[in-house]
Design a protein around this ligand. Structure first.
Ligand code: SAM
Ligand code: SF4
Length: 345
């Protein structure tokens, strides 16, 4: 089995639409310690058996091969990445990979307090923490088993460990947490956080997304409406640039604020996919050129039959060539085989 990485790619990671793909989101596990209403059904999803999940060494090899083709940034996600045993080692190995300039991690924050310092020492640069409410009881309802104080401790530990800037991911749902939009936006006046309001994507069946005690299915709110509410209450937002992430968020700042307010608008922004720079690796070893469509290419099969680095490169290019122009959520088409936590959100 060849493990050479000659660092002279046969073809860089540029898709047929000339989008340059420098960013890989890696789902390190499909398991999670929470059951957020918009992401997982209360009873969970059938988890992939352990032997079908890529080993950390296999993930590192894929990243090394992709780095030789132009991959520069990696984000670890899941499921909940911090429940995967050995995740700190994975961060260390990725940090040591030639070509990789940035490693970040998206977490629900529940056990971040125990890991923040170790992760930073291993080479992690930043974390995004998902937090849809600042109210403990509501947090418990949305996540079905979360503890807001543990997440706040995680955020404090991340700051202490120098994992900065902190991004907060906030999924806004009508009549669930939309009454907190202004309150959450206001935190950026004092905190140097990047608060990102994310449009709810329809990943689940209606009956799976009901909040306990109501039978109401979840409803998304377009970013324009969220922005309007913030501006009406707190004044005009100024457009802002950020050097971190290169992701789909459009950033703004309240006058004089320490932090930023971002909007991620997969549903309402017509050009959302035009600047997409990412692919995803699922925990069971499939490379997915798009979160929101079902194409995937099996890398685990190549790895486990002893395929060469060159074969892996060809498989990665195959996925790249099938990257769709745009998602079709607006026409009612959503990923059929997998939930968000199984792809890596
Ligand atoms: N468990 C980690 C967490 O919650 O941060 C990482 C995985 S989670 C799938 C990644 C992100 O996807 C979270 O910020 C979560 O809020 C977001 N997400 C999950 N389901 C979503 C949905 N249906 N619409 C929009 N965002 C969603
Ligand atoms: Fe778990 Fe994250 Fe999905 Fe919530 S959003 S259920 S924390 S994977």
């Amino acid at each position: 089995m060849s493990t050479s990485n000659d660092f002279a790619p046969p073809r860089p990671l540029i898709d047929p639409l000339q989008r340059s793909i420098s960013y890989l989101r890696v789902s390190v596990t499909d398991r999670c310690n929470l059951r957020c209403v918009y992401c997982m059904p209360e009873q969970g999803v059938p988890f992939v058996p352990h032997q079908e999940i890529l080993t950390l060494e296999e993930m590192t090899r894929i990243i090394r091969v992709a780095a030789g083709m132009g991959l520069r940034r990696v984000r670890l996600t899941g499921g909940e990445p911090l429940v995967r045993k050995g995740v700190v080692n994975l961060v260390r190995w990725i940090a040591q990979t030639p070509g990789i300039e940035d490693i970040s991690l998206t977490t629900n924050g529940m056990i971040l307090a125990s890991y923040a310092h170790e992760l930073a020492a291993a080479g992690l640069k930043r974390v995004s923490v998902s937090l849809d409410t600042l109210r403990p009881q509501r947090f418990q309802q949305i996540t079905r088993r979360g503890d807001l104080s543990a997440v706040m401790a995680g955020i404090a530990a991340a700051r202490d460990a120098g994992l900065s800037p902190l991004k907060l991911n906030v999924v806004i749902m009508r009549e669930v947490n939309d009454d907190e939009i202004v309150e959450i936006a206001r935190t950026t006046l004092e905190e140097d956080w990047q608060v990102r309001f994310i449009e709810l994507m329809p990943f689940m069946d209606e009956q799976e997304t009901c909040i306990r005690d109501t039978s109401r299915p979840l409803d998304f709110i377009p970013s324009q409406e969220v922005k309007r509410q913030i501006e009406e209450a707190l004044g005009p937002l100024e457009a802002a640039e950020t050097s971190t992430g290169g992701g789909p968020a459009k950033y703004y700042r309240l006058p004089g604020a320490q932090g930023l307010i971002g909007f991620i608008s997969p549903l309402s922004e017509a050009q959302f996919c035009a600047t997409c720079n990412r692919m995803r690796l699922t925990a069971d070893g499939k490379i997915r050129p798009c979160l929101l469509t079902d194409q995937e290419v099996n890398l685990k099969e190549t790895l486990r039959r002893g395929g060469s680095d060159d074969e892996l490169r060809q498989r990665i290019l195959k996925a790249l060539d099938s990257k769709p122009d745009a998602h079709h959520l607006g026409d009612g088409n959503r990923p059929k085989w997998r939930k968000m936590a199984q792809i890596g959100g």
